[in-house]
Write a protein that binds this ligand. Sequence first.
Ligand SMILES: *[C@@H]1O[C@H](CO)[C@@H](O)[C@H](O)[C@H]1NC(C)=O
Ligand SMILES: *[C@@H]1O[C@H](CO)[C@@H](O)[C@H](O)[C@H]1NC(C)=O
Ligand SMILES: *[C@@H]1O[C@H](CO)[C@@H](O)[C@H](O)[C@H]1NC(C)=O
Ligand SMILES: *[C@@H]1O[C@H](CO)[C@@H](O)[C@H](O)[C@H]1NC(C)=O
Length: 525
Amino acid sequence: MWWYLLLLLPGTPAALNTCAPRHITGPAQNYVCVCNSSYCDDFPRLEKLNDGTAAVYTSSLSGKRFDLKFAQFGVKSTNTTGVTAATVKINPQDTYQSIIGFGGAFTDSVGFNLNSLTPIMQYMLLDSYFGKQGLEYNLGRVPMASCDFSMRTYSYLDTSDDFELKSFNLTSEDFDYKIPFIDQAVKMTEGKLKLMASVWSAPGWMKTNGKMVGGAPLKGEMGGIYYQTWGKYFIRFLEEYHKNGVDFWGLTVQNEPSSGLDPNYAWQTMYLSAETERDFVKTILGPLLRNSSHGKNINLMCMDDQRFLLPTWADTIFADPDAAQYIDGIAVHWYEDFITPAHNLQWTHERHPDKFMLATEACNGYLPFTHGPILGDWSRGESYAHDIIQDLNNYMGGWIDWNLCLDMKGGPNFAKNFVDAPIIVNAEKGEFYKQPMFYVMGHFSKFLKPHSVRIGLNIDANANLLEGVAVSTATNQRVIVLINRHDDVSYSAQIEDAANPGQFLNVYVEPHSIHTIVWNKVQAL
Ligand SMILES: *[C@@H]1O[C@H](CO)[C@@H](O)[C@H](O)[C@H]1NC(C)=O
Ligand SMILES: *[C@@H]1O[C@H](CO)[C@@H](O)[C@H](O)[C@H]1NC(C)=O
Ligand SMILES: *[C@@H]1O[C@H](CO)[C@@H](O)[C@H](O)[C@H]1NC(C)=O
Ligand SMILES: *[C@@H]1O[C@H](CO)[C@@H](O)[C@H](O)[C@H]1NC(C)=O
């Protein structure tokens, strides 16, 4: 139709489905965006951006979701009616880490929830995350065998004393809940999806407590038969997934090894100290990976645990060059970020600048008094945004969310560890709901593309709940993400690119809002 063509003129957004809001009465007093078998909102695509023009995407407590407006560079705004002026200056000559990307996890529970939807809605949900119309996630985490977001506990080697791995086998969960959806996501990203695997526990018979649930180490001494067998298990897992068409970019040694100190831990875990992890990688896992066809180029990550363990955990492992040679990065979880300064990450980077850092798990609704989903909760989206900005400003290369989707209770989870997710599936009604966290993830994943480089950003000190991060992309765009966490302060952000002094972009930043601002780098005259 002619009007459709008009909408595709450069600098204007393509026709799109906007959020179908549903107000939720309850603690959050906000809304979710509803997708059903015939409707789902998508990301307002940017066809072309003229030089001197910036695209400003806004989501807010007040009701915007990826709302796209355009702004021109020009004189500094003098209108301070009802707003606080904030100077936001980017310094592209100050360059930091490169961006690895953003993503979520393919747990058994995710697959179970996808299977509760019709194929068309499964496609819509995955496309919302991985497709061109969606958030364009480029990272995915896959649990090796079961975790708490499974319906039962199982490993791939549940036959006792099978040190030869004769009975090693993938399970129906891999074929019903994981591999088909990973395949779809890989196609949606045109093969660009980088997958990483993590394991929660060895088979029970290999641990001193005899079961996968509850904290305990592997039996025997480092280098003994249990450790040797455990190393082979990783290689077999990579081989079996490869046979089924799935290859991995990354691998962590152990999910949350420190939780394995608690013998009463309510779900699968296994204890490795930093020293054990170092020795296991150095003497067993590292050499096996290097010698395997599907593991030799894998990005091996240590720790996969809370920020407060840094920099000590990394120091312990990297002090040994024989262990350090096998490890590419440090995986970090978010669960105790509220009591640990993000500066720990910067220290870690300064001490080990050749190792990348990647945030590999985060969710809301995990604390005892707030277990499970809260539909429409803006503050949960804001907590993601705040954490991602702090992480990126302290050298983290990317951020992987936990479950891509969960049910209305925040499960299924055999251990009843119900939590929140950016998409909540209501199978009974044939709907799924996009939470504020979903849009927040998109504010980063959509434009902070892999190989972007973080650049200097100064936000003046009067603006303490105004936070942001800036990158320069591989396609010569500048991107800033800004959040305002104030209840009642509006900012007039006066954005200046040091490469183009005297030209300002004035962006109105309302209370409780997030903005992604994109423009083409000014060519040198
Ligand atoms: C699906 O959502 C759209 C947009 O909100 C609505 O118009 C339509 O009636 C819904 N369809 C069903 C079957 O609920
Ligand atoms: C000044 O800014 C306020 C709030 O942002 C707006 O309501 C008002 O229309 C602006 N005034 C002018 C003259 O642009
Ligand atoms: C391995 O698992 C698959 C899928 O569950 C099953 O079809 C196959 O028979 C199993 N193989 C062995 C050797 O147990
Ligand atoms: C490397 O792999 C080959 C064949 O898979 C095997 O024969 C050899 O023993 C392995 N070497 C080490 C050090 O594991």
